[in-house]
Design a protein around this ligand. Structure first.
Ligand code: ADP
Ligand code: MG
Length: 253
């Protein structure tokens, strides 16, 4: 039986009279990639930011690795990795200097080149953040979540706006991070991404969880209910064509 590392019970978040999160409950198991899926405005970021201790909840209970969010937020901060706002990426500093700055803030001894290598950005060590491509920016942002050697990392739409190669490159990075035992919580609205990456997903709609299971089981349940696709599925799709024409190699971009 997998160990629960995050437990959320009856979580509610109101913004004034608006109920953004309406009493959701879910557990995340240690070492899994857990997806929060849902349309824009569903409450994904709000939920993540509450668990990350960055936003106050209205009510409910959140336990992270046995630590209560109400009682031990600072202890929780030490074991989680959060993507920093890109506004914090001082424009004058290069990637190595940024990592040195952040590791100083976290009071951790990190080898910047080793960290950059792990996200395939070694050759960009002396570049500034603004000089990176979209995919490189996202990989750097993921690298910053790893600086404090966290048990759990939170990725909020890390692949939104990326081209197919950059997206795949980020997927491989996420798998690599999980392989080292880190638990990953990720939000996305790309279902192919969730299917490829996530062990389990919670689908959120208007602040409520409408389904929670493995992607495989959710699909099986839908099929068992008599659902059939309207269109005959071809053996490839347009994205396969694109990847085939523009290279299988996961580039550094
Ligand atoms: P998602 O990440 O799933 O797109 P969010 O958690 O960002 O959704 O937002 C959920 C809902 O809460 C949205 O309707 C959004 O407009 C609203 N919301 C988010 N942040 C605030 C805020 N600071 N003040 C008021 N409403 C907010
Ligand atoms: Mg969001």
């Amino acid at each position: 039986m997998a160990k629960t590392i995050i437990s959320v019970k009856n979580l509610v978040k109101n913004y004034g009279h608006f109920e953004a999160v309406k009493g959701i409950s879910f557990d995340v198991y240690e070492g899994e990639i857990f997806g929060l899926l849902g349309p824009n405005g569903a409450g994904k970021s709000t939920t993540l930011e509450i668990i990350e201790t960055l936003r106050a909840k209205t009510s409910g209970e959140v336990i992270v690795d046995g630590l209560s969010l109400d009682e031990k937020p600072n202890e929780i901060k030490k074991i989680i990795g959060v993507q920093l706002q890109t506004s914090g990426y001082y424009p004058g500093l290069n990637l190595v200097e940024l990592i040195e700055l952040f590791s100083g803030l976290y009071n951790r001894d990190v080898d910047p080149m080793e960290l950059l290598e792990s996200v395939n950005l070694k050759e960009k060590a002396k570049s500034q953040f603004k000089q990176l491509s979209g995919g490189q920016k996202q990989r750097f942002s993921v690298a910053t979540t790893l600086i404090n050697q966290p048990r759990i990392i939170f990725l909020d739409e890390p692949t939104t706006g990326l081209d197919p190669q950059a997206r795949r490159s980020l997927w491989e990075l996420v798998l690599q991070i999980r392989k080292k035992g880190t638990t990953v919580i990720i939000t996305t609205h790309y279902m192919d991404e969730a299917e490829y990456l996530c062990d389990r997903v919670a689908i959120i709609d208007s602040g409520k969880i409408v389904a929670l299971n493995t992607p495989d089981k959710l699909i099986d349940n839908l099929v068992a209910s008599g659902f059939e696709r309207v269109k005959e599925v071809k053996k490839a799709n347009l994205e396969d064509v694109f990847i085939n024409l523009t290279g299988h190699e996961l580039r550094g971009e």
